[in-house]
Design a protein around this ligand. Structure first.
Ligand code: HEM
Length: 238
């Protein structure tokens, strides 16, 4: 018996996906406008979010439903640790902070893990299927925009143990379809996936503020530099 969960998730989060694509920070990122401080903050938030998600998925490895969708090859915690070391240095653990939106995301993961662990599937779907879908494109954008050398700061995008991402996604979708769940549970998972998209958007929105501030600061600096240069040139001309 198929729960059709893969199709329900794809159809049921279509609107949320379009909304996520249209968040300012995401749109700027796709255009190659990547402010390194914002990027680092996002990567640090992801470190906390994936750590929580993977810890809770691991905790429910024997759960009759969650166990079926546990694929250790998807885990991102170790690769995010590598990226943290690259962006923040060896003492990265003391440097990184969880933003308020990141905190809400982590709290939600912990909460459902304690009360309705099958909803963790929604979080796994929202992040990992997204990562598998856009990973290489996003990696190339990050590399070009921040002048990163190959293999530096982009471990997050590399699924070393997955050779064929498309085939893996098909297998993941098939596993979703074969989960032993009823319609009401499937609906709750779709609802939770929409909430997961919302939590992601809130994290991006926080950074949009940073991005605007950074662009404003850059403009201000260049204007004041120009004005100072102008004044110096005038003074020299006198
Ligand atoms: C501008 C940003 C984005 C673009 C251009 C984009 C693009 C895509 C594309 C082309 C696919 C289809 C891949 C396929 O059919 O195999 C996809 C799937 C997906 N994306 Fe995104 N995406 C973006 C942002 C996001 C974000 C922010 C999230 C979640 C936080 C996300 C989550 C997903 C998920 C879960 C899927 C799998 C859909 C399914 O087949 O069920 N995406 N994305």
């Amino acid at each position: 018996m198929s729960s059709n969960l893969a199709t329900k998730l794809r159809e049921g989060t279509k609107k949320a996906h379009t909304m996520a694509e249209n968040v300012g920070f995401v749109k700027c990122f796709l255009k190659g406008v990547v402010e390194p401080t914002s990027y680092r903050k996002l990567a640090a938030n992801f470190y906390f979010v994936y750590s929580a998600m993977e810890e809770e998925m691991e905790r429910h490895r024997e759960h009759p439903i969650v166990s079926k969708i546990y694929f250790s090859e998807l885990n991102r915690k170790a690769s995010l640790e590598q990226d943290m070391r690259y962006y923040f240095g060896n003492n990265w653990r003391e440097q990184i902070v969880l933003s308020p939106a990141g905190e809400a995301y982590v709290q939600r993961i912990r909460e459902i893990s304690n009360t309705a662990p099958e909803l963790l599937i929604a979080h796994s779907y929202t992040r990992y299927l997204g990562d598998l879908s856009g990973g290489q494109i996003l990696k190339n954008i990050a590399q070009r925009a921040m002048n990163l050398a190959e293999g530096e700061g982009t471990a997050f995008y590399e699924f070393e143990e997955i050779t064929d991402e498309k085939a893996f996604k098909s297998q993941y979708r098939q596993t979703l379809d074969e989960l032993p769940i009823d319609d009401a549970t499937a609906d709750r998972i779709v609802q939770e996936a929409n909430d997961a998209f919302g939590l992601n958007m809130k994290m991006f929105n926080e950074l949009e503020g940073n991005l605007i501030k950074a662009i404003g600061q850059m403009l201000f600096n260049s204007l004041t530099r120009r004005r100072t240069r102008g004044a110096t040139e005038l003074a020299t001309a006198d």
